[in-house]
Design a protein around this ligand. Structure first.
Ligand SMILES: NC(=O)c1ccc[n+]([C@@H]2O[C@H](COP(=O)([O-])OP(=O)(O)OC[C@H]3O[C@@H](n4cnc5c(N)ncnc54)[C@H](O)[C@@H]3O)[C@@H](O)[C@H]2O)c1
Length: 388
């Protein structure tokens, strides 16, 4: 395993819209203990911004260059597995962009390659740094809402234009990306979902393919999850709705918690609703409540910088990981189950058979069409988009 004393020598593979954002952040000194040491991209034009850094055109040359202790993988989704396995086998610490892989079987292969637990292996689930989600997780898991009855998450603020989908040959194709809004955008929310509530026991979904855009993957989804303890959850997401909304509502025996526009509100029952239902002599009386606007420190946390700092601190100082890579399999399993449910018009029970989904995905890949139009475009922050 390669680790220097005081500094993590970081290499980045994939210097596109996300990779360049990470590179600039590290080069600007925003990640203490982290030194941008080498870059790799199969497209040499992506490497011009840092001409003095060692740079490579393929992953193997970077991984075996001896120039880096840790690798950040920011390439398209399918390559996360093969590059991640090579890097782990070469003894590097690895931080992989979301999603961990495209499908559950690849997640299993990648996680299995992490045999030396002294190597730090993390995933870029930057929304875990958001104080609002950390607070919600604490409230739910410490039982302060009582038994959870219902979760409703409408997360339709992932609007994307056709120009976005036309900006890369891999985007929004089964062969190149492996999915649409679920795997690319909503994977953040599904990671938080399983991080807060755990995995449901069954999934039923309607995934609309190319509903708002000229693409071959899903861009609008409504799903129903059912939990072993009796709770249900509804998730709605879209890249075609504007203005979108991000509203998470959780109803429990002890009250209702709602997050919207970075405002977290708890309406707390003074007695549990189930107890009140049994004891009250009135037909329509609801339990008395009190309401609190829960203060949140800062705005949405440090996001990508938080994960990178934590990754480096884990290497240098054994800080516990906020987003261990092994947990990235859960959002992928949910996404795979939702797509399978929709295509096969059936409820999928978890755990999902990883080989069943891999066989199913291979058929979609076989039907995938090569894109005719690929246009780079000038976004707000250069010729790329940054989302978080
Ligand atoms: N965490 C976030 O907020 C966030 C935001 C955007 C993208 N991402 C993730 O980052 C990853 C990259 O997405 P992007 O939007 O930057 O894509 P992109 O197409 O803009 O960039 C990908 C880059 O990888 C290079 N590349 C492709 N295959 C390669 C290979 N085998 N070896 C070396 N280089 C290779 C391409 O030339 C390109 O420069 C994806 O996993 C995506 O989901 C995460």
């Amino acid at each position: 395993m390669k680790t220097t004393n005081k500094v993590v020598r970081l290499g980045i593979i994939g210097v596109g819209s996300m990779g360049i954002h990470h590179a600039r952040m590290v080069a600007a000194g925003k990640i203490p203990g982290c030194q941008l040491s080498a870059l790799a991209d199969s497209d040499p034009t992506r490497l011009h911004e840092f001409p003095t850094l060692p740079h490579f055109n393929d992953s193997q040359s970077l991984i075996h260059s001896g120039q880096i202790d840790a690798l950040l993988i920011a390439t398209p989704h399918y390559s996360h597995t093969s590059i991640g396995i090579s890097a782990l086998q070469a003894g590097l610490h690895v931080l992989v962009e979301k999603p961990l892989s495209v499908h559950k079987a690849d997640c299993e292969r990648l996680i299995a390659a992490h045999t030396n637990k002294k190597q730090i292996f993390a995933a870029m689930f930057n929304q875990r740094s958001d104080p609002a989600y950390q607070k919600i997780r604490h409230l739910v898991q410490s039982g302060q809402l009582g038994r959870i009855q219902r979760i409703h998450w409408t997360v339709t603020d992932w609007f994307r234009t056709q120009a976005y989908y036309d900006s890369g040959g891999w985007r929004a194709t089964w062969a190149g990306e492996g999915g649409g809004v679920l795997l690319n955008q909503c994977v953040h929310n599904l990671d938080l979902f399983q991080w807060i509530f755990g995995l449901p026991e069954s999934v039923r979904a309607l995934c609309r393919i190319g509903h708002h855009h000229n693409i071959e993957v899903e861009d609008e989804v409504t799903a129903l999850f059912s939990f072993a303890q009796g709770a249900t959850a509804v998730l709605a997401t879209s890249t075609g709705e504007a203005p979108g909304v991000n509203r998470l509502e959780i109803a429990g025996d002890l009250g209702r918690l709602c997050l919207e526009d970075n405002r977290l509100t708890l309406i707390r029952n003074e007695i549990p609703s189930s107890l009140h239902s049994r004891q009250s002599r009135e037909a329509y009386e609801t339990p008395p409540t009190w309401k609190i606007d829960i203060p949140l420190p800062g705005h949405r946390g440090e996001q990508h910088a938080a994960i990178l700092k934590n990754f480096c601190n884990a290497i240098l100082h054994r800080e516990p990981l906020l987003s261990p890579a092994a947990e990235g399999i859960h959002s992928v399993e949910l996404i795979n189950a939702m797509l399978l449910s929709s295509f096969q018009d059936q409820t999928i029970h978890l755990p999902l058979s990883s080989s069943r989904y891999e066989r199913f995905l291979k058929k979609l890949i076989a039907s995938s069409k090569k894109k005719k139009t690929i246009r780079r475009y000038q976004g707000r922050a250069g010729n790329y988009l940054v989302q978080c």
